[in-house]
Write a protein that binds this ligand. Structure first.
Ligand SMILES: [Zn+2]
Ligand SMILES: [Zn+2]
Length: 362
């Protein structure tokens, strides 16, 4: 089958292979999924640039939806033919963290490395427990969340990362309330989902900040009440926010994965406010901030994938989409085959577009 293989630490080290095979039989609780749609996320670019220190070679891709084609002998949660959104949490499902509703905190399978495919004699790792840039992959039962068959799989794919990461930060972690004021730093694929989730729960002011002027149209369409263009050497994001929201906002979401912007976000929130680290920088990066900026009862939150509870959240997000309350189609700028990966990485860097979705089996 076809798939993309990353062999180095730059996007140029990603190539298309015609010769990938899945390895071995399914374990009792594993599922084989045909990938119908896979979004190209900023984390895929960080991954192939080596910023997550993954072993190589690997198949990137982690934001995906597809169709179940085979189930292990003990699988009960999905069956062959089901349309599923894939979750990056290969959580065990029954440890104290899983049972208390925090599957993202599960230590049993967090960071587990797998090599579900090979090219010739070379075994290949999967990125983020999925490795979606291939025609099929093998995941755990807990990673397959069935959705209604009428939902288009291109839109469904985005739920697995960009949508849950943005909306979950608002719904599950910051718990934005009616009338709250919010700033969102970075209005890309994830930031737009922070914006639309804040609109859904009734935030009164939603300030979007981005360096690309083309982002204003989408940011406003998704619910931003103010758009700030970050341009010029002396641009001060903290002052810009305080001019629009005197006294500061209730919640600041740093979506870019920039440690200086995360530190600045602390000074954007009012006392008692939430500073939400949504974007992921190089995993070894250090954040420094003035002590006094955080002191007045502010909360600095680490957020992994929107604090997701996939079996609860993914069907909820699909339902909101199907009822016309959540925008997903508008997030897709292009679809392409697996050979469109390099154009997709280029588009991510210029930041002028929302998402490219790859269709490995089209
Ligand atoms: Zn667990
Ligand atoms: Zn992602």
């Amino acid at each position: 089958m076809k798939g993309l293989i990353c062999e180095g630490t730059s996007e140029d080290s990603v190539r298309l292979s015609d010769d990938i095979e899945l390895v071995g039989d399914l374990a009792p609780r594993q599922v084989r999924v045909e990938i119908r749609a896979a979004g190209v996320c900023g984390s895929d670019l960080s991954c192939v640039r080596g910023k997550y220190y993954m072993p190589l070679p690997l198949v990137p891709g982690h934001e995906a939806a597809g169709v179940v084609v085979e189930t292990g002998s003990a699988v009960t949660y999905c069956e062959v033919g089901d349309h599923v959104v894939l979750s990056t949490f290969s959580n065990c499902g029954h440890c104290p963290d899983c049972e208390s509703g925090n599957p993202g905190n599960c230590s049993v399978s967090m960071g587990a490395l797998r090599q579900p495919y090979r090219e010739g004699d070379q075994l290949l790792y999967n990125f983020a427990g999925i490795g979606a840039f291939a025609q099929q992959t093998i995941v755990d039962e807990n990673q397959c969340i069935p959705i209604p068959p009428e939902m288009p799989l291109e839109a469904a794919a985005l739920i697995g990362c960009g949508v849950i990461t943005g909306t979950g930060a608002v719904f599950n972690r910051a718990r934005v309330q009616l009338g709250d004021r919010v700033v969102v730093i970075g209005a890309g694929g994830v930031g737009l989902n922070v914006i639309q989730a804040a609109r859904l729960v009734g935030a009164s002011q939603i300030i979007a900040i981005d360096r690309v002027p083309e982002k204003e149209r989408l940011a406003v369409e998704f619910g931003a009440t103010d758009f700030v263009l970050a341009e010029g050497e002396d641009f001060d994001p903290v002052r810009a926010v305080h001019e629009l929201a005197p006294g500061g906002v209730h919640h600041a979401f740093e979506v870019v994965g920039n440690t200086e912007l995360l530190a600045a976000a602390i000074s954007m929130v009012r006392p008692g406010g939430n500073v939400c680290a949504v974007g992921v920088p190089d995993l070894t990066a250090t954040v420094t901030y003035p002590f006094q900026a955080l002191h007045q009862n502010k909360n600095l939150m680490g957020i992994r994938a929107g604090g997701a509870r996939p079996r609860h959240d993914f069907p909820l997000l699909a339902d909101l989409y199907l009822r016309g309350r959540l925008k997903l189609d508008e997030l897709i700028s292009h679809t392409a085959g697996l050979d469109g990966i390099h154009d997709a990485f280029a588009a991510l860097q210029t930041g002028t577009e929302a998402r490219t979705v790859l269709l490995p089996n089209a």
